[in-house]
Design a binder for this molecule. Structure first.
Ligand SMILES: *[C@@H]1O[C@H](CO)[C@@H](O)[C@H](O)[C@H]1NC(C)=O
Ligand SMILES: *[C@@H]1O[C@H](CO)[C@@H](O)[C@H](O)[C@H]1NC(C)=O
Ligand SMILES: *[C@@H]1O[C@H](CO)[C@@H](O)[C@H](O)[C@H]1NC(C)=O
Length: 524
């Protein structure tokens, strides 16, 4: 036999084994717990405009901060960028066919701000951009897939960065409100789920503390930047983002929500922090770590102020909300979007002395974040150094949020497994992604348990539909349920796609297709 036919035979054998494996995994899942989720549960896949679309200067799109940043040498490990990404801008019909084949009833994507408003509120609306998202939304609805739309997923028109320094300026609030209004007006007749920001906590940490994201600002030992203030600027940017969120929610509620009938929320990166010991100090440290990482955004939006621990430790470094802000802020969302992938151990650094390490500074709340305890890792490590496989973290995270925020509706807006794009791997090895299947099965099982115990979780979006551009890691990491050949752009389902399809089929979710004849109702 030639090498290629041996490969083929091996591949067929693997496919056979995988279907056995898929059914046995489904069986154990079925036996291990009652996974009955509500029939209106949204099962979907997630994406973001910069990581998927490409077409970075097509049809009148303006440049955004990531377009500019990725073109600076040294920004991205493999020297790549999202100029073409995976060409979702041109290939969305094929990609929606893939979603249809999975049987999903939801798709989370983000709008490229600079595609719609190339110069923010300082220039014209790009009607080609509006038209693109109209076509995307309508095609999804024809397949019975609900658009779950994020207004900004790390990208901002470069114009706003150049004019006033982006999120560091309070002017950003006015721009974000203007952009949000444009989106509600253009798409809100069909979009029932709006997210203002994706992971503002990662955004401000990356952009202004470690400087790894544009505009690459940081100071001291936090990173290697030419300017910035890692101990001050993250809090200023966060404050403007929180108020920008509040502005968008206020516009939605006063002008659109009643008529359009949708809901609006925010998505945070939610990491489970497990105390290293049962000591009160470590328990309080884990709580503090959540405050300095996640509740930093959720507390103001839901309760109207920053967490007490942050106020105590940071003092005047933390900006204050005015009485007008407070009115807008309280109960400022309809649901919490949760991107959950990983867990860490947390050790207290207030009562005990910690070596320098992640989390120990005052600006991070005096906690040490470690992936292991006494040499034992919290979960299996992955090629992404921050992702450790700890499915129990999903249940703990959901239970924590349920209790802290009075069981507000929640969606898992991202969860997924990244694997190495090893150039020596064969396509068969990429497609046979057992680790991803195991990861998803474990996390979905933990999600079902949390739901059974009363957490109001209404959807799950796998990150991601396709392999794509992974920020600073470029194309060196693959997160897709479908393999993408980055040269030819060919998409091929992995084992995880087959597994997810069967998992969804078992749950018999509701999927109502829009009638073709309704199409003329949509405005272009
Ligand atoms: C910091 O950045 C400068 C300029 O980009 C570079 O020359 C230097 O090697 C970097 N230092 C470290 C420690 O990464
Ligand atoms: C904490 O206490 C619980 C219950 O007493 C025990 O099961 C667990 O192992 C303890 N954890 C640690 C880290 O000591
Ligand atoms: C790929 O194979 C080459 C040659 O055997 C080897 O030097 C290289 O380290 C391999 N790359 C990876 C990422 O494993």
């Amino acid at each position: 036999m030639e090498i290629s036919s041996i490969h083929k035979a091996l591949f067929l054998l693997q496919i056979l084994l995988s279907s056995l494996l898929v059914s046995s995994r489904l069986k154990t899942l079925k036996e291990s717990s009652d996974t009955s989720l509500p029939s209106n549960f949204l099962f979907g896949t997630a994406s973001s405009s910069y990581q998927f679309e490409g077409a970075f200067t097509s049809d009148g799109k303006g440049l955004n901060n990531w377009d500019v940043f990725t073109h600076k040498p040294g920004s991205i490990i493999d020297g790549s960028n999202g100029d073409i990404a995976i060409d979702h801008y041109h290939r969305y019909p094929e990609d929606i066919d893939l979603m249809d084949s999975l049987g999903v009833n939801g798709y989370r994507f983000s709008i490229s701000w600079a595609r719609i408003l190339p110069k923010g509120r300082f220039g014209d609306v790009n009607s080609a951009g509006i038209k693109y998202y109209n076509k995307l939304i309508d095609t999804l609805l024809l397949e019975g897939i609900q658009p779950f739309v994020t207004l900004t997923h790390f990208d901002i028109p470069q114009e706003l960065e150049d004019r006033y320094g982006g999120w560091l300026s309070s002017q950003s609030q006015e721009d974000f409100g203007y952009f949000a209004d444009m989106c509600f007006k253009s798409f809100g007749d069909r979009v029932k789920y709006w997210v203002t920001f994706n992971e503002p906590n990662m955004l401000v940490i990356g952009s202004y503390r470690t400087g790894k994201y544009p505009p690459s600002r940081c100071s001291g030992s936090f990173g290697n930047c030419t300017s910035g203030d890692s101990e001050k600027e993250p809090f200023v940017a966060a404050h403007n983002i929180i108020l920008s969120h509040a502005a968008a929610v206020d516009i939605y509620r006063t002008k659109y929500q009643k008529e359009q009938g949708g809901s609006i929320g925010i998505v945070v990166q939610a990491v489970w922090f497990e105390p290293t010991s049962n000591s009160t100090a470590d328990f309080l440290a884990a709580e503090r770590a959540q405050s300095f990482f996640m509740n930093w955004f959720l507390d103001p939006i839901i309760f109207g102020d920053y967490p007490v621990e942050m106020k105590k430790i940071l003092g005047p470094t933390l900006p204050e909300f005015s009485s007008t802000d407070l009115k807008k802020l309280k109960n400022g969302l309809d649901f919490i979007g949760i991107n959950h992938y990983t867990s860490f151990y947390i050790k207290d650094c207030v009562f005990s002395v910690c070596e320098p390490g992640p989390g120990v500074t005052m600006t991070e709340g005096f906690t040490l974040r470690t992936p292991q305890k006494d040499g034992v890792p919290i979960g299996e490590s992955t090629v992404m150094d921050w992702i450790h496989v700890y499915p129990q973290g999903m249940e703990k995270m959901l239970t924590y949020l349920k209790e802290r925020y009075n069981n507000i509706a929640m969606f898992i807006t991202e969860n997924g497994y990244g694997s190495e794009n090893n150039p020596n791997s064969t396509i068969e090895e990429f497609l046979y992604d057992v680790k991803r299947v195991d990861y998803m099965a474990g996390y979905l099982d933990a999600l079902s348990t949390a739901v059974r115990k009363g957490a109001d979780v209404r959807g799950y979006f796998a990150w991601s539909l396709l392999d794509n551009f992974e920020w600073n890691f470029g194309y060196t990491i693959r997160f897709g349920l479908h393999h993408v050949d980055f040269g030819t752009m060919k998409r091929t389902p992995k084992l995880s796609a087959t597994w997810y399809k069967q998992f969804i089929a078992k749950h018999k979710i509701v999927k109502s297709k829009m009638q073709e004849s309704n199409e003329e109702h949509f405005q272009y």
